[in-house]
Design a protein around this ligand. Structure first.
Ligand SMILES: [Ca+2]
Ligand SMILES: [Ca+2]
Ligand SMILES: [Ca+2]
Length: 436
């Protein structure tokens, strides 16, 4: 390390990623706390009439609840649910005397006045998300509300509602209530109708702790019917994110999971339209694609090249590169995350790879170094050094991250280059990314 610093040029770059990040997490936190939500600002015009109609129907002693995810993040959601050409309003709230019981209220507009058209007691204390779908292709939309209890990631309840005429009045009717971890609504079989895929906590069965179910609505009786299921690997402790892509009418699903041993993996399977089944993919060598994705780093699938095809992170060892952990006697082999694209039943590398610094908030793009160079990372100093592979292992550059004490999400980045370097400072900086 001294050899590198000697005679070297040192520059400092402060990255202020983080104003935006901090703001995000701040509003996220607020959104989670029902009690912290104050009443919407006093509304004017149309909105004041909506509020007045709500107060007349329910009373003023309520807390409004804003969905914390999805496209609608306000307690007053406007959508033309019954498709009569006039927007309706859904109001999410809890009564002060029973704060753990969220409600959804439907207000309709008759051309002059807003009036109450139904109230539903939800399946949780908070609203995770609300969305509108067309399952049965009649005129009106189905309302999908995901309810939660506190901030549980493991259990949510998806309730589906539709409006229907009851006693000559449009009212909300509950179609189904599904406990789940996460879900995806798509036309899986390309028949023009939506299906609902959901991840279900099945942990009472230790052999199959999570299941993926696919159900389909039968318009003739407004009921959902089972299509198929798939058990996630026994190792899965929690599914974290669902991604999908559609190629030649085949829908491939990617479910990023954390395993019981703390590693991460992506479950990869597709919907086989002909057999009406979920099927796992096995490569030419006989290995299941899911099992090739086990990694130590929390990285999720993403469409990193914007071609609408999902890329899958796969861990590979960087031959000769090492990581020195604090208080560890010996350094350990360094792994990088390489993004791959599924082609038929293979995961093909895309030449996009990163070293994710353990317990730190940055990654360094490595694909141009993997073959010819070798790196070492000192986790105590948070310093990454790059060397040639020759016998003298001459240093190319080093990058050190110095967290700013006030807020850990910002760093000073110190780049140390020898007098003659193949890599310019600008180029090195372009390979660094802060992550949250
Ligand atoms: Ca309407
Ligand atoms: Ca379909
Ligand atoms: Ca892609």
């Amino acid at each position: 390390m001294k050899a590198i610093r000697h005679g070297a040029r040192i520059t400092t770059l402060t990255i202020l990623l983080c104003a935006a990040l901090l703001l995000t997490s701040c509003s996220f936190f607020q959104a989670f706390t029902v009690e912290s939500l104050i009443r919407p600002p006093k509304l004017t015009g149309e909105n004041a009439l909506i509020e007045k109609a709500f107060e007349a129907a329910v009373n003023k002693d309520v807390m409004f609840i804003s969905p914390i995810a999805g496209d609608y993040r306000t307690a007053f959601v406007q959508y033309d649910v019954d498709a009569d050409g006039t927007d309706d309003t859904l109001v999410f709230y809890a009564k002060k005397e029973s704060p753990n019981e969220a409600h959804m209220h439907l207000l309709k507009f008759d051309g002059e006045n807003w009036y109450s058209a139904g109230d539903i007691t939800g399946n949780g204390s908070e609203v995770y998300s609300v969305a509108f779908y067309q399952f049965d292709q009649d005129a009106s939309y189905e309302v999908a509300v995901c309810w939660t209890v506190s901030d549980s990631r493991r259990s949510k309840t998806l309730s589906l509602y539709k409006t229907s005429l009851l006693d000559d009045v449009q009212q909300l009717k509950q179609l189904s209530v599904i406990p789940l971890v996460d879900y995806l609504i798509l036309d899986f079989d390309d028949d023009g109708l939506l299906e609902l895929m959901y991840l279900m906590d099945n942990s009472s069965d230790a052999e199959q702790p999570f299941k993926v179910n696919l159900i389909k609505m039968d318009p003739s009786d407004d009921a959902f019917h089972f299509v198929c299921e798939l058990s996630l690997h026994q190792s899965v402790n929690l599914p974290l994110k669902i991604s999908y892509d559609i190629r030649v009418l085949r829908c491939t699903l990617y479910v990023d999971c954390v395993n019981a041993d703390g590693t991460y993996m992506t479950e990869i399977f597709y919907y086989d339209t002909e057999k009406a089944l979920f099927s796992r993919m096995v490569n030419a060598g006989g290995a299941e694609l899911s099992e090739l994705t086990v990694r130590n780093t929390q990285v999720y699938c993403a469409d990193i090249d914007n071609d609408r095809i999902v890329e899958v992170p796969v861990q590979r060892e960087w031959d000769g590169a090492t990581v020195q952990y604090p208080e560890a006697e010996n350094s350990l082999p360094m792994s990088v995350i390489e993004f791959t694209k599924r082609q038929d039943n293979e995961l093909l590398p895309l030449n996009v790879s990163y070293f994710y610094a353990p317990d730190a908030q940055f990654r360094f793009r490595t694909d141009e170094f993997l073959d010819e160079y070798v790196a070492s990372y000192d986790a105590t100093e948070m310093m990454l050094q790059m060397f040639t592979r020759d016998e003298n292992a001459s240093p190319l550059f080093s990058v050190q991250f110095v967290p700013l004490a006030a807020h850990e999400a910002a760093f000073n980045i110190i780049i140390t280059e020898p007098e003659v370097s193949l890599f310019t400072e600008k180029h090195i900086k372009s390979l660094l990314e802060l992550i949250n």
